[in-house]
Design a protein around this ligand. Sequence first.
Ligand code: GLY
Length: 440
Amino acid sequence: MKVLAVGGGGREHAIVETLKRSDARVFSIMKNRNPGIARASEDFLLCDETNVEKVVAWAARVGVDLAVIGPEAPLGYGLVDQLEAVSIPVVGPSREAARIELSKEFARDLMRRHAIPGLVEYQAFDDIADARRYIKEVNYPIVVKPIGLTGGKGVKVMGDHFHTKEEALAYVQEVLERRIGGQSRVLIERREDGEEFSLQAFTDGEHLAPMPLVQDYKRAEEGDRGPNTGGMGSISVVDGLLPFLRREDYETAVTIMRKAIEAMRSEGVPYKGILYGGFTSTPSGPKILEFNARFGDPEAMNVLPILEHDFLEVLWSIVDGKLKEEVSFRRKATVCKYVVPEGYGTKPLADQELHVDEAAIQQRGAILYYASVDERDGRIFTTTSRALAVVGVADDLGSAESLAEEGLAHVRGRVFMRHDIGKSSLVKQKVERMRALRGG
Ligand code: GLY
């Protein structure tokens, strides 16, 4: 079975390795030469994944039987629609269905139209005077979100990234003037306090199969400080829930995802592929921060190594509309830690050589996923994005964390990582914070 894998990051390296476990013959498209993906692929094309014409022509020439799309950007360029137009089945949503991620306003309006729980108070603006009036009037802390894609870096939160209404308004103005996220339009929402978690699910547009929950650590520095990033690492625990979360909140989160799928279907835009719900767990239940139309990155690297079901079978059942709602995962804890170039989050240092002792990492029992690095003449160089990830999989969180750290000791270069991710002290802080928010 020939499978096209689109994307060259850590998430896509995990997708490719999981396809290989299903004996797929992998053909890849990526911007930079990711050495892990290159090695696992029968052939690959170095090309911008949003160059739909080129991607489709290559996929047709290779004669792939199925395509899996990793990142969100090509979805917005209609890659799924164009592959399907040449009769290549795809795991991923059409451009119209991907609006659930591509337009934060569409996602909020969908929730409002269908009375889906987990919606926060929000309003969209393209006029600065209207936004000023709204910000002046509201008596709760707010979040400012560009409508379109910003790689996880465009959302600014009162209390974290700004502290006054004037600063909020200044950022609104910046989004409108500089068209951050691709539009001169902005969403202002009520800030909900709680711990964030990610729920990823397979869906064929009708059925939904949830994966274990993951917590992603978005801030660049230890102790959840510093600028927002695409994610510095992530954890999952043995029971597939998270230590700060109540089971009833998990059930509500799954219901919200199901209702979103139903809503899309009822509007004549069925959604198939991977649906990702980014949630905040609040004392009054989980609230949706965002939907994503793909696996999370790093979250894919937590769940895919412990997928028990045959990956290809699951992917085909999505395409065929016959997804079983029970996709099984091994009962393991996972800790994923990203290695990123010095300055990542503000001014990342690209083109620095990385030394990775793959054999030693493997010998320790950790998993290595390459991300946005570039392999040239057998040497590996950083780009401006996350470089590689090391994942520990074990019977408990502490052991998974130690494994990841043991693996990281074999990576050298002008890079940094968050050593606190998965450490019990940080997990405890989150449990206590949630307990305090719930009133003890
Ligand atoms: N980890 C957040 C994301 O994939 O969007």
